[in-house]
Design a binder for this molecule. Structure first.
Ligand SMILES: [Zn+2]
Length: 389
């Protein structure tokens, strides 16, 4: 988001979600031409409708889990590029199973948990990640507009790692929020344009694996506190944001239920006027979704892609959370919340699968488990649904 080459949605190729939003705006204009109940003469409310014409009346947001590039995924991308060991990699096939969902959203947000390396590497996995920079282009190709970058691994490669990562994301046209190269970049309100609607996106992490933030450079990575999240959300609002989304790297690894810190923080942040939606990362397993005061939190989206050294089944599972924001006349509200279960098929080849896509090999155990966990708080009662269920 703090990118100097920030793109507006109108600069990007049209796609399904945006097109339907434009059509929707057109329908509103047409139906505004209705007979006046008292005179029977058609009156046009086009003056009222005009300012809305190039703005969406609703838009969809899709958010997905941790992009955690273990060495096996880099090796897969090397194979997928064609010639193994030629120094080129292609991550697009890895994500291709989710491309229709991601491209279909008006705003698609990923979570890049790892720093990006120089083009020739060296690349590394846990504990100090360094992933090939081709990943940024693959995320754009998949349909992502931007990623949150504040994670416990954001400082794995130090200040240079932050710089390289954001440079590669800028070069690919992928927005970012959560880390910055300069105080000036960090101070820019993280606001983007989605079909004429200004949307803020902030990103914070509970910590950085004990790696201290270099002295005098607190802006390199965003450390989570309720006060900081609210302050930046307010700044986004002041810069015109009508909706603000918070990506939080939080919770306990491999725990399906949110910690008491997560539930308390969710209540506090969703209680703040400036924040409309929370999407969570870090647990590497799926956590529930819950509506609080009419707003949603997805405590943990699980992994988007990962290849843990010891896969445990649940660490291959994730969800894409999809929200439709509709303008009520006063403000934007989520009037539809969904989750789409995913699975990293360890192959070979390693592939991310949408478990609700037609023709996908069934994974009933994963699907049942994900349903049970996601709905284990009050989500189902509050209208949370998934395609095909
Ligand atoms: Zn993490």
């Amino acid at each position: 988001m703090a990118s100097p080459t920030r793109l507006r949605a109108s600069d990007m190729p049209a796609r399904g979600g945006r097109l339907s939003a434009v059509l929707l705006a057109g329908v509103v204009v047409l139906t505004a031409c209705i007979p006046d109940a008292t005179s029977g003469v058609p009156t046009t409310r086009s003056q009222a409708a005009t300012p809305e014409r190039d703005r969406a009346h609703s838009f969809t947001v899709v958010a997905t889990g941790d992009v955690l590039i273990h060495p096996a995924l880099t090796a897969q991308a090397d194979r997928d590029e064609g010639t193994v060991g030629d120094g080129r990699r292609d991550f697009r096939d890895l994500f291709a199973g989710m491309r229709p969902v991601i491209k279909g959203a008006d705003l698609a947000l990923c979570h890049l948990e790892v720093p990006l390396a120089a083009p020739g590497g060296p690349f590394s996995g846990y504990p100090a990640f360094n992933a090939p920079p081709e990943l940024a282009g693959a995320l754009v190709d998949t349909g992502y507009d931007g990623c949150s970058t504040a994670s416990n691994h954001v400082l794995d490669q130090g200040e240079q790692g932050v710089r390289r990562t954001l440079r590669a994301m800028d070069a690919a046209g992928l927005r970012h929020t959560g880390s910055a190269r300069t105080a000036r970049e960090a101070a820019k309100p993280p606001v983007m344009d989605v079909d004429g609607v200004k949307v803020g996106h902030v990103s914070y992490s509970y910590g950085f694996n004990g790696i201290p933030i270099p002295a005098g450079k607190p802006w390199l990575a965003n450390q989570l506190s309720a006060e900081r999240v609210i302050a930046e959300a307010k700044k986004a609002r002041a810069a015109g944001a009508e909706v603000v989304i918070a990506s939080l790297h939080w919770g306990e690894e491999y725990q399906h239920q949110p910690s008491s810190e997560q539930t308390a923080l969710a209540r506090r942040l969703l209680g703040a006027k400036a924040i409309d939606l929370i999407v969570g990362h870090h647990a590497h397993v799926v956590q529930p979704m819950e509506r609080i005061n009419g707003e949603w939190v997805a405590y943990g989206l699980g992994n988007s892609v990962a290849r843990h050294e010891e896969p445990i089944g649940v660490s291959e599972e994730g969800i894409a959370a999809r929200f439709r924001f509709t303008h009520t006349g006063k403000r934007w509200r989520v009037d539809k919340a969904e989750y789409i279960p995913t699975l990293v098929d360890l192959g070979p080849p390693i592939r991310l699968r949408n478990l609700t896509a037609p023709g996908t090999a069934p994974a009933p155990e994963s699907l049942r488990r994900t349903d049970r966990i996601v709905l284990s708080r009050s989500g189902g009662k509050d209208g949370l649904s998934r395609p095909g269920r």
